[in-house]
Design a protein around this ligand. Structure first.
Ligand code: NAP
Length: 260
């Protein structure tokens, strides 16, 4: 089965690095035109310039902060103006606030809600009418298994991710009959540049850190995922091969989630 996105228009948030970068590249290779964004404009341009020789005008990168309503509007308007609409929306960009009940401030809680849940709501609100005009579409919300299995080490994220899952389900209930599918990808642990910042070299090598983290979280597959393992699932959900898949969270977690 070939998973093609030929002639599809996709918006992927957070394409400068990590999972969003991989999904952008995977979608481009599958034939889609992609509008992506990041806050670091210069850093994003470096990546877009690398894609340009191979994918030409099919890749557009703009500076946009998904926590800012006007930036989200600009992002979707860009897809509409450049390519004529949106078929696939991937809500990927986010940062994570660490802390617990005692240490997390109101500002940190608000940031979690803004860059994760509100970003999904705002992008979907702008994208759905564009998708309906083109006869349908696919919304993919990058989420985490902590949506269903809260973890004190990801305190605020666990709460917000549960909301992201509920929102995904609501989107599917409201729009699947009109051709817009909505799904979440429930991530466990994925090795991205963010992990380098969490590694303390005084406690051993980076590889040992990845291994011990997989062990600590009892990941049955025995290792942390690579971004392409998420990119492949995003491609499936974006494509017509997933035509009857909607309203679900597909976990890409190496078996880490404990729930049935
Ligand atoms: N990696 C994991 O183990 C893991 C596990 C569970 C869930 N997730 C989720 O997966 C998604 C991607 O994570 P990742 O590990 O790939 O992260 P990452 O390596 O830190 O990359 C994040 C990407 O999003 C962009 N970004 C961050 N905040 C943004 C904002 N407010 N507006 C626009 N762009 C923004 C970043 O570029 P700029 O910095 O230039 O803005 C970057 O391109 C996130 O939603 C994360 O919560 C990851």
């Amino acid at each position: 089965m070939e998973l093609s996105l030929k002639d599809k228009i996709a918006v992927v948030t957070g394409g400068r690095q990590g999972i969003g970068h991989c999904i952008t590249e995977t979608f481009l290779a599958a034939g889609a035109s992609v509008v992506t964004c990041a806050r670091d404009e210069a850093g994003l341009k470096v990546e877009v310039d690398k894609w340009r020789p191979r994918y030409g005008e099919r890749i557009v990168g703009i500076r946009a902060d998904v926590g800012q309503p006007q930036d989200v509007e600009r992002l979707l308007a860009e897809a509409s103006q450049r390519f004529g609409g949106v078929d696939v929306l991937v809500n990927n960009a986010a940062t994570t606030e660490s802390g617990t009940l005692a240490s997390l401030s109101d500002a940190q809680w608000h940031k979690e809600f803004d860059v994760k849940l509100m970003a999904m709501i705002r992008t979907a609100r702008a994208a759905v009418p564009l998708m309906l005009r083109r006869g349908g579409g696919s919304i993919i919300n990058i989420n985490a298994i902590f949506a269903r299995q809260p973890d004190v080490s990801f305190y605020a994220s666990s709460v917000v991710r549960a909301g992201c899952l509920a929102f995904t389900k609501l989107l599917a209930k409201e729009y699947s009959g009109k051709g817009v599918r909505a799904n979440a990808i429930g991530l466990g642990l994925v090795e991205t540049p963010a992990w380098r910042t969490w590694h303390d070299p005084r406690k051993g090598s980076y590889e040992a850190f990845l291994g011990s983290t997989a062990e600590h979280y009892r990941v049955p597959i025995g290792r942390i995922a690579q971004p392409q393992e998420v990119g492949n699932v995003a491609l499936f959900l974006a494509s017509d091969a997933a035509s009857y898949v909607t309203g679900t969270q597909l976990d890409v977690d190496g078996g880490m989630a404990a729930y049935l």
